[in-house]
Design a protein around this ligand. Sequence first.
Ligand SMILES: [Zn+2]
Length: 258
Amino acid sequence: MTGLDAGPQTAADLLSTHARSAIVGEVMPSERPGFADLLDLMLPRDCAGCRAPGRTLCPTCRTTLTRRPFAHRPTPCPPGLPPLLAAAAYDGVVREVLLAHKEHGRLALAGPLGTALAAAVRAAGELSPRTVLVPVPSAPAAVRARGHDHARRLTAAAARRLRVRSAPLLVGVRGRADQSELDIAGRAANLAGALRARGPLGGLPVVVVDDLVTTGATLAEACRALREAGADVHAAAVIAATRRRVGVTRMEGPIVER
Ligand SMILES: [Zn+2]
């Protein structure tokens, strides 16, 4: 199952499915090992972060991912963005590892990346046992092109570490242009009303999660859609936050459509 629209259709169905997975610790559908996972495990690999031979991620690079989560505010900060926590800055090793997982199918990296995301979520404060981690949905065409849904996989991995539930409660309601080619105002306009929550969510405590934040516009739109459906959005958490280049108006962004 790779598309966000596959599987159960109501919020209650989604939550019950994911709650069962979390309680019994079974492998969620989006994390079930596939051919790519097996290849990743079987083939001799270099470290995704530094190319050192032998392991898919060496101990030094693994530590870089989880050193110390920090509060992050994009400048300017989009309206409605809740407290935002990031595990690391988006550069060097962190950038290499995220891209290796997202774009190059190195799915075994979902474990350490999920640990990093869990650390960022934990830094946002105490979690209620009812808390649900909600991934920002990727465009279906991007998921098809990659052959996997990176955000959903990372969210499930983080939820297991935190012993809370994860559920894909957001769906895209229209196509979004490639954000990396847009400036701040363009990103906001491109995203307004782009997402919808499967609801109603009646006070459900949620933390919105993603692999990467640049301007925060996507996370803010996700939070708007969840609040509109009645969710209680506590925070947002990402693995990596981009830093603005001094003297450059355009933001550093992902090199591909998310
Ligand atoms: Zn390394």
